[in-house]
Every structure is written in structure tokens, then in C-alpha cells.
Design a protein around this ligand. Sequence first.
Ligand SMILES: Nc1nc2c(ncn2[C@@H]2O[C@H](COP(=O)(O)OP(=O)(O)OP(=O)(O)O)[C@@H](O)[C@H]2O)c(=O)[nH]1
Ligand SMILES: [Mg+2]
Ligand SMILES: [Zn+2]
Length: 286
Amino acid sequence: MQGKILTARYGVYTVFAEGKILECKPRGILRLQGQKPSVGDEAEIDPVDQTILKILPRKNVLIRPLVANLDLLIIVHSVVEPVFSSLLIDKFLTYARHQGIPPHVILTKVDRLKDRSELLLSIQRLEKLGVPVTLFSKKTGEGLQEVKDLLGGRVSALMGQTGVGKSSLLNTVAPDFKRQIGEYSQALGRGKHQTKEVILLPFGSGFVADTPGFSSLELDMTKEDAAHDFPGIGELALQCKFADCLHQDEKECAVKKAVKEGRIDVENYENYLKLINELPFRKTRY
Ligand SMILES: Nc1nc2c(ncn2[C@@H]2O[C@H](COP(=O)(O)OP(=O)(O)OP(=O)(O)O)[C@@H](O)[C@H]2O)c(=O)[nH]1
Ligand SMILES: [Mg+2]
Ligand SMILES: [Zn+2]
């Protein structure tokens, strides 16, 4: 029987198979083969002795949070608390592209915004990059139908800082999920890490992962990765003279040329420079 792994906890996996949820343990052979099941995995299971026999090949795997086989990465970001940051959104977008998963941005808590003019500029910038954006509020229900449509029929994961409202959004979409909601701490300037584990929730004919938030994101990426995957910038990297161009001081750089000619937003380029400053160089393997 084939099923999908919904949760992973202390070596016990809940598997969704043929409409039922089973608790399974991996067969010893998996460990011998060095295969560790992850949430989102498609698995061959034996429903009688409740064991996982085999993990089917993965389409992709997001490392942080750990979820396999995603169709969509939903970057959840708040417009107020935690404070809105276009740099952080760009970081997540770079990460999504680096992992080969299409992104969608949901901006939460829009009920708390009196003036939307600045937000609209940020949305325009993202849409120019080809990134779809949805505004959402659990208080007013704005964006609810759009979010439901987005989640149905595919496998997606919510990713974002602690306190942005990932679990709240899921409860609004489906109250049966009964996700625990944390609070935003003014003193800490962030949420309180309410969600502790990745869980995949069946929704319609799809699945959506609620994931633990973080207060800062350490990306498993290098400067060279960002030079190729940063939204709006990576696309031009192939036209640069040097294959390893970081679009900083190099000669005949297609990115810098595009910035000068106004084809790349200055904000984009500045975010890019900030991001590569944070990232390490690729370690050479020679
Ligand atoms: N005003 C308003 N508050 C919201 C909205 N969505 C979430 N909140 C509040 O934001 C706080 C954090 O919400 P959570 O849903 O726990 O956030 P989370 O992203 O799941 O956080 P972690 O599980 O820690 O990663 C709670 O106090 C929510 O009530 C919204 O649309 N509007
Ligand atoms: Mg949560
Ligand atoms: Zn360049």
C-alpha cells in the first residue's frame, strides 16, 4: 500500500494511506540503506505490521523546514508584527528558487494596516518579478477564498518567521485543523515559536504543511547560489562575462548594466547586495 508521510516524531511516522492514518515505523533495511523518511515522502507501507518498506524517489526536498515533494512554497510574511521586510521576502524567494520550488507570497495581518500605499508598491515590485501575491487577514476574511483555491489540489508548505500567522491562516481555512496559535511578544520583537514540528495536513485533494517559524533564517546557500537564484537578478547572470560573476565589481556585468539602465529595481539590487554579504563563498572542492 502506498501512502504519504504526514508527521515524523521520534522515529514514528504517521502515514496517510487510502483515506486512513496509520502509525508506522521504518523497517531496519531503510536505516541500513541510509534512508531517513521525511514529512511529505511517498512511502510503500505494510498496513498489517505498520512498517515503512520503501521511500519512493523524491521530486524535491526543502531542507529547512524539512518537507519533501512540494508543488508550491508559500512564503508567509506579516505587514506589521513582525515588521515587513522586503529583504527577508527576497531571501525566501532566492531559497525557493535554489530548491527548485515555485513560490507564492501571502502577506498577513492586512487588517492592521491603515494606509496601504507603501504595501502596494512592494506588491508591484514582487509581481514585476513574476511572484504572485495574496493579501490575507484572519480578522476580516480578506483573501480567504484565494488562499483556499491556492491550497486545494496541490502539496504546499507555509514558510515564514515565527508569529506571522501561519497556523492562524490554516485555522481560518479549516477550523478542524485546530492548530495552536502563539502570540507576538513586543519585548522579544517576534513570535514565540508556537509551532514546534512540521505537520502535513490533508486539505481537499491536496496537502498543506504547517511549519515552525524562525526568528532569523540561516540559509543553506552560498554567494554563488544567490548570484544565480536571486529573483530578478539570477536571470541575467548567464549574460555576464564571467560565469562566477557576483554582480559587484566585475567587468561586463549584465546585472550592473541593467541596474544602470533602470531595468532592475534599485531596491532589488540593494537587497541582493545585502544578501550576498551575509552568505559564505562556495567552498572549492579541489
Ligand atoms: N490582527 C491580526 N492578527 C493575526 C492575524 N494572523 C495572525 N495573527 C496573530 O499573530 C499571532 C501569531 O499567530 P500564529 O498563527 O501563531 O503565527 P505562526 O506563524 O504560526 O507562528 P509560529 O508557530 O511560532 O511559527 C497571534 O497572536 C495571532 O492572533 C491576522 O490576520 N490579523
Ligand atoms: Mg504556528
Ligand atoms: Zn554579473
